[in-house]
Design a protein around this ligand. Structure first.
Ligand code: E4P
Length: 215
């Protein structure tokens, strides 16, 4: 499973990318809205100058024609822009057009296996099941990831699964176990993955022993 970072914040992206383990970035309109006084195309340009992997940029239009126009403009910013499209009939019309044009797509707001299957058959490069938001309403978000992974494996579907709406480190472990190809993770959760009290304690003990060595 690869790691993407789920943010539009340049500082977080720079920091995460410097770790050498982040393969891409996902943004959404809410994440972009948190950034003060930025132009979305300029921010995408800035991100793609740093990140060579997939950078998801979401369209705002709700009709296929509008999504296609917006998506083409966003895709022209850099070759590694992936167009994020909501899981609707119009969204999938746009996805199939983008697929014919060689533009990569990420179908977002996936909450059922059937939605993932439809998106894959329309030509989506990625599908994004939202784990945390399903957990929030009392469902088991991770079950959706494993069901989609199983269906894609049975039918030899190459669309990649991005485990999205990740809220804590256990989601990351479970997504990897259930067969997600990618987890897109908020910066805070990414940094939490490094933590273990025994690692801190171990470093402390090594340093203390080093200081006590006979010189
Ligand atoms: C994924 O592409 C989405 O941007 C994101 O994971 C949504 O997460 P949230 O449910 O925490 O807003």
């Amino acid at each position: 499973m690869k790691f993407f970072i789920d943010t539009a914040n340049m500082e977080e992206i720079r920091d995460a990318y410097a770790l050498g383990l982040v393969a891409g970035v996902t943004t959404n309109p809410s994440l972009v809205a948190k950034e003060k006084n930025i132009s979305f195309p300029d921010r995408l340009k800035e991100i793609t100058e740093l990140v060579s992997g997939s950078v998801s940029a979401e369209v705002i239009a709700l009709d296929a024609e509008g999504m296609i126009k917006e998506g083409r403009e966003l895709a022209a910013i850099a070759p590694n822009i992936t167009i994020k499209v909501p899981m609707t009939p119009d969204g999938l019309k746009a996805v199939s057009t983008f697929a014919k044009e060689g533009i990569k797509t990420n179908v977002t707001l996936i909450f059922s296996a059937n939605q993932a299957l439809l998106a894959a058959r329309a030509g989506a490069t990625y599908v994004s099941p939202f784990i945390g938001r399903l957990d929030d309403i009392g469902h088991n978000g991770m079950d959706l990831v494993s069901t989609i992974a199983e269906i894609f494996a049975i039918h030899g579907i190459e669309t990649e699964i991005i485990a999205a709406s990740i809220r804590h480190p256990q989601h990351v472990t479970d997504a990897a176990l259930q067969g997600a190809h990618i987890a897109t993770i908020p910066y805070k959760v990414l940094m939490q993955l490094f933590n273990h009290p025994l690692t801190d304690k171990g470093i402390e003990a090594f340093l203390a022993d080093w200081e006590k060595r006979s010189k």
